[in-house]
Write a protein that binds this ligand. Structure first.
Ligand code: NAD
Ligand code: TYD
Length: 370
């Protein structure tokens, strides 16, 4: 192959995908093929400033569309695939897991089939360096007690429909390596936070609700523990795994930053207070609220709510040299600042008009917002 390599990113209009596409453009000379179905979670406004970049090629489509995927692989000859496209929210999977089964399991299967057919006909040198990086979650391992960590040897014990669908996709990826030799690498990462996250997830939901003076809904007793990592650290790990990871390996990615949900919500309230003091926030004054923490509201627990996640990231560190660099306090401050500095993005996402924005700017047929 001559010229710059091409990389296919699926789900590149979602939270992690947007951050990964930006990083790949920044840190490599690759052409990025970004395949995304633009579900409610996909937002091209997050990539608006890349519209004129000849190295970013957005394709509106479904990973389960075999013909489309085949054509993309044949026409662009990517050197690797970062597979992020998924339905990703546990609460939605509890309401209805149909889309989770379709995209995370069936969609991944179709993508694997096309990747395999493509890889098999590559010349030996390109076949040897091709990688299918499957981006998954620590939630596939189920729930921990008070002690211990998830390692790559932990058994898959998914508890939510979301994690069940991701575990199923992990198994298919593993099987395509074991049976057909497809050069895959799977990553299982802990909870991400940072810019461009859809405000249905804990951190952006809480910080935007706080700014608006809306209740901060804590599930159950707030004692559930998640292991947090800044999205930039996750994306750096994905690139390290792509460059230095061993074929067929699984890598757990995490920043060893465990916190209860209640602790997170208190830290968000403190970070929001620093950036936008309650006394200067007219929405809070109107409601007579003097502290952001007054908005904390305990609500019924999520069914089947996993109690604790914690990652042992020793393998990815030892084998790729990756280290997380963003501490939680700095990462949270930066995240609060990002949401405050992007009021249009926030307003369009919260009102649903980001989909009108996409229609106006791209004129694509978009699904109904669910
Ligand atoms: P997200 O929900 O923000 O984005 C998912 C993207 O996939 C969206 O842009 C959506 O339009 C696209 N998509 C959905 N179905 C598709 C389909 N059939 N074809 C093409 N595109 C489709 O999710 P995220 O938080 O960015 O997560 C990305 C990946 O990382 C997922 O696979 C998720 O399981 C995994 N992961 C997420 C976290 C986290 O904390 N967010 C942690 C570990 C792993
Ligand atoms: P979430 O961001 O949905 O990620 P996940 O379920 O994939 O870990 O939730 C993170 C934690 O926060 C989880 O324990 C559920 C809890 N949570 C709340 O307490 N209230 C909320 O409104 C949300 C969205 C989550």
């Amino acid at each position: 192959m001559t010229g710059s390599p091409c990389l296919l990113v699926t789900g590149g209009a979602g939270f992690i995908g947007v951050n990964l596409v930006r990083r790949l453009l920044r840190e490599t000379d690759a052409l990025i093929l970004n395949l995304d179905k633009l579900t409610y979670a996909g937002n091209l406004e997050s990539l608006a400033d890349l519209a004129g970049d000849p190295r970013h090629n957005f394709i509106h489509g479904d990973i389960a569309d075999r013909e489309l995927v085949r054509k993309l692989l044949t026409d662009h000859q990517p050197a690797g695939i970062f597979h992020l496209a998924a339905e990703s929210h546990v609460d939605r999977s509890i309401e209805d897991a149909g889309d989770f089964l379709q995209t995370n399991v069936v969609g991944t299967y179709h993508l694997l089939q096309e990747a395999l057919a493509y890889w098999k006909q590559l010349p030996a040198q390109q076949a040897a360096t091709f990688r299918f990086i499957h981006v998954s979650t620590d939630e596939v391992y189920g729930s921990l007690g008070q002690d211990g960590f998830f390692t790559e040897e932990s058994p898959a014990r998914p508890n939510s429909p979301y994690s069940a669908s991701k575990a199923a996709s992990d198994h298919f990826v593993r099987a395509f390596h074991h049976t057909y030799g497809l050069p895959v690498v799977t990553t299982n990462c802990s909870n991400n936070y940072g810019p461009y996250q859809f405000p249905e997830k804990l951190i952006p939901l809480m910080l935007l609700n706080a700014l608006d003076g809306k209740p901060l809904p804590v599930y159950g007793d707030g004692g559930n523990v998640r292991d947090w990592i800044h999205v930039e650290d996750h994306c750096a790990a994905l690139m390290a795994v792509w460059r230095y990871g061993r074929v067929g390996q699984v890598y757990n990615i995490g920043a060893a930053d465990e916190r209860t949900n209640l602790d997170i919500v208190h830290q968000i309230c403190a970070a929001v207070e620093r950036e936008m003091p309650v006394a200067k926030n007219p929405r809070l004054a109107q409601k007579g609220i003097r502290n952001y923490t007054d908005l904390i509201t305990y609500v019924p627990d999520r069914p089947g709510h996993d109690r604790r996640y914690a990652i042992d990231p020793s393998r990815v560190k030892a084998q790729t040299g990756w280290q997380p660099v963003m501490g939680f306090a700095d990462g949270l401050r930066q995240t609060v600042r990002w949401y405050l500095d992007h009021p249009d993005w926030v307003e369009h996402v919260r009102s649903g008009t980001y989909q009108d924005w996409m229609k106006q700017n791209y004129g694509w047929r978009l699904e109904e917002k669910k």
